[in-house]
Design a protein around this ligand. Structure first.
Ligand code: BEZ
Ligand code: FE
Length: 303
């Protein structure tokens, strides 16, 4: 590239960056100026053609058109680019033996049904019964009593309740840990399913030869006063999708052994399973203190 060409390109970057110099919110100024620098570096590195720029605009326009209060294509895009997981990594910094966080996903619903110790979250969702138990502690090992544990998952057909059009509530609930921090419930053994791939993000995955499948998982959100809220999943040891999860959510520490049990094996709470196979898993949850090395969490911008 000629010196003159390079000077013209750099001059534009400098002028655009300077246009934000007067931004009164220093954080917003930093964010937009860094964005401009990185965006222009990308455009210059890949030598983006005008036809490619038009395709990119059409892609974002399609993402906007398919997005509504139920479908969020921009979060899905962030997920498949690993941007959601990178933001989670930055904001949930490693702290002692605190349980690792992973992606939230679009299928959490407020006001899930409350269940008691040993209750069943399935509420009619099809799938192999799975006993889930563990303890919630802080990083000193002290039990956390009364932690609110939200759990949600897809059924064995790969769909969350909110993906059916009959207003059902199934395979989701919340419960509280007991005085010793213990919790236990029946769920269904997680099975793999695809992220929504009938829109522009799905077309992008197909174009680049990537699968929309997520590794089998069970979602958790655990909160307790004075402790960092944890949004995470557990994954199934041996699942062949662990290395190719479409949203990069898998962390080794979250892969758990789901023990296969026979119909005649005694269940932990005496439940009879009428000839069905079932599974069981243990997930001990360690919560970091609130505010523990959370990077910029809580920092926002005025816009
Ligand atoms: C989920 O696990 O529910 C999910 C996460 C990211 C994108 C789509 C679904
Ligand atoms: Fe999920």
């Amino acid at each position: 590239m000629s010196e003159e060409q390079s000077r013209r390109e750099q001059d534009l970057v400098d002028r655009v960056v300077r246009s934000f110099d007067g931004c009164p919110d220093p954080r917003l100024r930093y964010l937009v100026q860094a964005l401009v620098r990185h965006l222009h570096a990308y455009l210059r590195e890949v030598r983006l053609t005008e036809a490619e720029w038009e395709k990119a605009i059409a892609f974002l326009t399609d993402a906007g058109h398919i997005t509504d209060d139920k479908r969020q294509e921009f979060i899905l895009l962030s997920d498949v680019l690993g941007a959601s997981m990178q933001t989670i990594a930055v904001n949930n910094q490693a702290y002692a033996d605190a349980t690792e966080a992973t992606v939230f996903g679009p299928f959490f619903v407020e006001d899930s049904p409350r269940i008691e110790w040993g209750g069943d979250i399935a509420n009619g969702a099809e799938g192999e019964p799975c006993w889930v138990e563990g303890r919630v502690t802080d990083t000193d090992g002290s039990p956390v009593a009364g932690a609110r544990i939200e759990v949600w998952e897809a059924d064995e057909a790969g769909f969350y309740d909110v993906q059916y059009d009959d207003d059902r509530t199934a395979a989701r609930a919340h419960l509280l840990s007991d005085e010793e921090g213990r919790y236990a419930f029946w769920a269904i053994t997680p099975t793999p399913y695809p992220i929504p791939h009938d829109g522009p993000v799905g077309r992008m995955l197909a174009a680049v030869g990537r699968s929309p499948m997520r590794a089998s998982h069970l979602h958790f959100m655990v909160s307790a006063p004075g402790l960092r809220r944890l949004v995470t999943h557990i994954f199934v040891h041996g699942d062949e999708l662990l290395d190719s999860d479409s949203v990069f959510g898998v962390k080794d520490s979250l892969v758990k052994h789901f023990e296969k049990c026979e119909p005649h094996d005694p269940t932990p709470d005496g439940r009879t399973l009428e000839g069905r196979q079932w599974s069981r898993v243990r997930f001990d949850i360690v919560l970091a203190p609130a505010g523990a090395s959370e990077g910029n969490r809580g920092h926002s911008v005025t816009m």
